[in-house]
Design a protein around this ligand. Structure first.
Ligand code: SF4
Length: 338
C-alpha cells in the first residue's frame, strides 16, 4: 500500500456531485422553508439531530412535495420527536455487528463474502438507518488498518465477494475508488465486488462518465445494490443514471426497507417495483426495519409484511416481487420471511 488512503477519499477538484455533497441541508428550518411547511405541526427533535445529524442532498429535497407533511421522501429524513421514544427492544447495535469485526473497517458475517465500511459517511442520513449508532470513527482505518483488512481478505481463499458499504462507498472520490478497486482486484480469489449505495438515487449526478469508466474497467463482476424505498425517489434523472449503469453491464438490484407511513401499502410498493424495472433495476429485498433505537415510528410487523407481499402477488409478476427478509443478529444469512 503506497498511497495516503484517507487523503484520497476527497478529491482536490470538486465535481458537481461533490459540490452537492458539500452543500447538504442540515437545518430543519431550511428544509421547512423550501417545502413551505410549518415546523410547529411536527417539531424536529434537537436530541435526534445531535445524535444523528440531519443530512439531505438538495436534488433529493427537490423531489419532495411542497406543503405535504406526509411526503414519503420527507418522512425518511425528518428528525421526528418520536426518535426520542425509549423502547426496550430497540437497541443501538441491533445486528451485533461489533461481534463480526475482526479488523477495523471489515465485517465478516457470511460465508464467502466480507463487507468493508469503505467510507465513513453518507450523502444522506436516513432516519431509519441500522447504522445510525455505528462507530465509524473506530472503523475508518488509517493506512495500517487498511493493510490489515486487505491482508485478511488475501489470507482467506473462501472470500469471493467483497461488499463495499459504509457509509456510502460512492461518496468517495474516484481516485480513492480506483485505488481500492485496484487493491481488491489484485486478490486472485476475489471475483465479485458489490456496491451498496444510495448515491445514484439521492444524487444521480454521481454517475459521471469518469465513474462509469472506472467501474467498467474492473476485471471482476460488479453488482450495484441501490437503496430506494419509494417510487417517487426515481425521477427521470435518477432513472437515466441507473439505466446507464445497467447499459454498462453491471447487475442492478434494489433493497428497500418496509417503513410505516412511507411504503407499507400495496400501491406504493407496486409503483416502486414498476419504476425500478423501468430503470433496469430488479427489486431484490424488502427488509423489515432493523430494531434500532430511535426508529419506533418506522416499525412494521412481520404479519403486516406478509400481508403486503401476498397482495403484491396478486398485482405484479413474480420477478417484480421482492423477498421479505429480516436480519437476525448472529444468523449466517438473512432470514427469509416470505
Ligand atoms: S445511505 Fe444507507 S448507510 Fe447511509 S444513512 Fe441511509 S440507510 Fe444508512
Amino acid at each position: 500500500m503506497s498511497k495516503p488512503v484517507l487523503s484520497l477519499i476527497q478529491s482536490d477538484l470538486p465535481e458537481k456531485w461533490q459540490q452537492i455533497l458539500s452543500d447538504l441541508i442540515s437545518e430543519p428550518k431550511e428544509l421547512l422553508d423550501i417545502l413551505g411547511l410549518d415546523g410547529s405541526e411536527k417539531p424536529a427533535s434537537l436530541a435526534a439531530i445531535d445524535s444523528f445529524p440531519m443530512k439531505i442532498p438538495r436534488p433529493f429535497a427537490l423531489r419532495m412535495e411542497r406543503g405535504n407533511w406526509r411526503d414519503p421522501l420527507l418522512l425518511q429524513v425528518w428528525p421526528a420527536s418520536e426518535e426520542e421514544n425509549q423502547v426496550p427492544e430497540l437497541v443501538t447495535d441491533p445486528l451485533q455487528e461489533s461481534s463480526f469485526n475482526p479488523v477495523p473497517g471489515l465485517l465478516h458475517k457470511y460465508h464467502g463474502r466480507v463487507l468493508l465500511t469503505a467510507v465513513p459517511h453518507c450523502a444522506i442520513h436516513c432516519r431509519y438507518c441500522f447504522r445510525r449508532h455505528f462507530d465509524y470513527a473506530a472503523n475508518t482505518p488509517g493506512k495500517t488498518g487498511w493493510q490489515a483488512a486487505l491482508d485478511y481478505i488475501k489470507a482467506d481463499g473462501s472470500i469471493e465477494e467483497v461488499i463495499l458499504s459504509g457509509g456510502d462507498p460512492l461518496a468517495a472520490s474516484d481516485k480513492y475508488l480506483d485505488w481500492l478497486l485496484g487493491e481488491l482486484e489484485a486478490v486472485p480469489h476475489v471475483t465479485s465486488i458489490r456496491f451498496h449505495t444510495r448515491l445514484p438515487v439521492v444524487v444521480p449526478q454521481r454517475v459521471t462518465p469518469k465513474l462509469r469508466r472506472l467501474l467498467q474497467r474492473s476485471r471482476v463482476r460488479t453488482t450495484i445494490v441501490v437503496h430506494c424505498n419509494h417510487g417517487r425517489e426515481l425521477d427521470s434523472e435518477v432513472t437515466r443514471a441507473l439505466s446507464t449503469l445497467a447499459t454498462d453491464g453491471h447487475t442492478l438490484l434494489n433493497q428497500s426497507v418496509l417503513l410505516r407511513d412511507i411504503n407499507n401499502n400495496p400501491p406504493s410498493l407496486v409503483e416502486l417495483s414498476r419504476r425500478l424495472f423501468s430503470a433496469h433495476v430488479l427489486p431484490y429485498y424488502l427488509h423489515l426495519p432493523d430494531r434500532v433505537a430511535g426508529t419506533s415510528h418506522f416499525q412494521v410487523s412481520e404479519e403486516e409484511g406478509c400481508r403486503l407481499i401476498a397482495e403484491l402477488e396478486e398485482l405484479l409478476p413474480g420477478y417484480l416481487i421482492p423477498r421479505l427478509v429480516r436480519e437476525e443478529p448472529g444468523a449466517a444469512h438473512k432470514t427469509r420471511i416470505l
